[in-house]
Design a protein around this ligand. Structure first.
Ligand SMILES: *Cc1c(COP(=O)(O)O)cnc(C)c1O
Length: 472
């Protein structure tokens, strides 16, 4: 497979170059595979549905064909995924795709763990270790640190602003051992980012270290997220086919989105043959994409803080990939969109708990509310001519191609739950009146000793720490 670039379709690079480069430094564009080969028809029809690992292998294979041999790919997948996604039925027409069963209890484990092992594979013939530097304001750092933890040939240094992240987030960052270290910087997130950026442009440092970032725009994080869409769509189709004489239901994936990497992965799974009819792009008050669908104008803006803070993105980087693959009209046909504010997030958690007994985290709750509103006629009202005002929370007044399946009650919603509710005890307990259960993985982390190293907001100190710590 060759990879091209969102800004220059003449670009053609290998998987290794796309992964190790992260993005195209010359054009500033993002890498995209040149094609999205559909899985074998026989494979897609298999009953029972193949395992998550078989699906992951079948889907990954064409993207690294000739660059990673079969045995090594099997090993990468086995090692990346000691956990699997789980599908919980909610009611007759909806199910939750739980993506929080990995070590950091959030969906980013699926992408980050695959990328870490692929990078280690490509680095295996190098004499020097690869050094990953990440600045984090909370969540991404833990997914990256955890993904690379104990991965041979790679060192990770995470910088976070001391005293500016939640106690639980700090535990998730500061308790790694071995090849992953955390520096608590006496400064802000921007200071952390500046220290990292300065290191990347420091010529003397770069001659001593092979530096890399573990950016969320890396293609090796995007492709593996397609695995769980395929797995979920095939599983849901099989379950809902049982005892039904109707035509197979339209499967709609409701995706709580920020940078839109997750939704882009869903689109990739669909191109590869996943029986997915459509998507719902669900956001918090950072509604750049819903506004784009409503108005036709893409207007990136500064982000605003919300309860669903992993989605606080005003300029979603994967817009560029979506716009490379589809026209605005295509996107409107394929996707409904929805946004809500903090009050709406809290109300959604309460309302879902009351109606179904299921406790969502603040991110997944937005996806649930979007699906609930659509099932209860939010599109119908707009087709009657009384268009919903897209400036207030709710469904965007564009009509996707799958609206008739919804109207005739032959659609099943799959809501992606991107984090465990126990990661957000404050908001969730306000919404449901009691503390959400804590997953075992987080309880275990709470007992570990803190190992973060204090660091002044001072590049000279940071640099000498790096060179003293890693003298090889
Ligand atoms: C990162 C994140 C999202 C947003 O995913 P994108 O791929 O950026 O759209 C949603 N929920 C949680 C919990 C996340 O960590």
């Amino acid at each position: 497979m060759k990879y091209t670039d969102t800004r220059d379709r003449q670009v053609s690079v290998s998987f290794k170059d796309a992964v190790m480069g992260g993005m195209n430094a010359q054009t500033g564009g993002l890498y995209v595979p040149c094609s999205f080969p559909a899985l074998d028809a026989a494979f897609l029809k298999k009953t029972p549905t193949p395992s998550f690992h078989s699906i992951a292998y079948a889907m990954a294979q064409p993207y690294l064909d000739g660059e990673i041999p079969a045995v090594d790919l099997h090993e990468i997948i086995q090692d990346a995924y000691p956990f699997v996604p789980k599908i919980q039925p909610l009611d007759r027409t909806s199910a939750v795709l739980e993506l929080f069963h990995g070590p950091t209890c959030a969906f980013k484990d699926f992408g980050a763990r695959f990328m870490a092992r692929v990078m280690a594979y490509f680095n295996r013939t190098e004499e020097q270790p690869l050094h990953i530097l990440v600045a984090t304001s909370g969540d991404t750092g833990s997914a990256v640190g955890s993904a690379f933890h104990h991965v041979p040939g790679i060192d990770v240094t995470i910088l976070y602003p001391d005293g500016k992240i939640s106690a639980l987030q700090e535990k998730q960052l500061a308790t790694f051992t071995d090849n992953v270290r955390a520096l608590k910087v006496n400064g802000t997130f921007d200071d952390c980012q500046k220290l990292v950026k300065t290191a990347f442009t420091d010529g003397t440092l770069r001659t001593r270290f092979r530096l890399s970032s573990a950016n969320s725009i890396n293609i090796a994080r995007l492709l593996p997220q397609a695995f769980y869409y395929m797995y979920a769509a095939l599983t849901v189709r099989e379950r809902y086919a049982r005892g039904r004489t109707l035509s197979p239901p339209a499967i709609i994936m409701s995706v709580p989105s920020g940078n839109f990497g997750n939704l882009t992965s869903g689109v990739i799974a669909r191109m590869m043959g996943a029986p997915i009819t459509g998507f719902i792009a669900a956001t918090n008050s950072n509604r750049t994409i819903p506004d784009w669908l409503a108005t036709g104008t893409y207007d990136p803006r500064p982000s605003v803080e919300t309860y669903a803070n992993a989605m606080d993105v005003g300029a979603p980087s994967n817009y560029e990939r979506i716009a490379h693959l589809y026209t605005l009209e295509d996107v409107r046909k394929l996707c409904a969109s929805f946004w809500t504010d903090n009050a709406g997030i809290k109300k959604a958690i309460t309302s879902c708990m009351t109606r179904t007994g299921y406790i969502f985290d603040p991110h997944g709750a937005i996806g649930w509310q979007a699906w609930y509103d659509l099932v209860h006629g939010a599109l119908g009202t707009t087709s009657d001519g009384t268009a919903h005002d897209w400036q207030t929370p709710g469904v965007t007044p564009t009509i996707p191609d799958w609206a008739p399946a919804l109207a005739s009650n032959n659609a099943v919603g799959v809501i992606l739950e991107t984090a465990h509710p126990g990661k957000f005890p404050a908001v969730v307990s306000e919404a449901i009146g009691c503390e959400p259960p804590m997953p075992q993985a987080l309880l275990d982390i709470l007992r570990l000793p803190d190992r973060a190293i204090p660091m002044e907001n001072d590049y000279a100190q940071f640099k000498s720490w790096l060179t003293d710590t890693f003298t090889r």
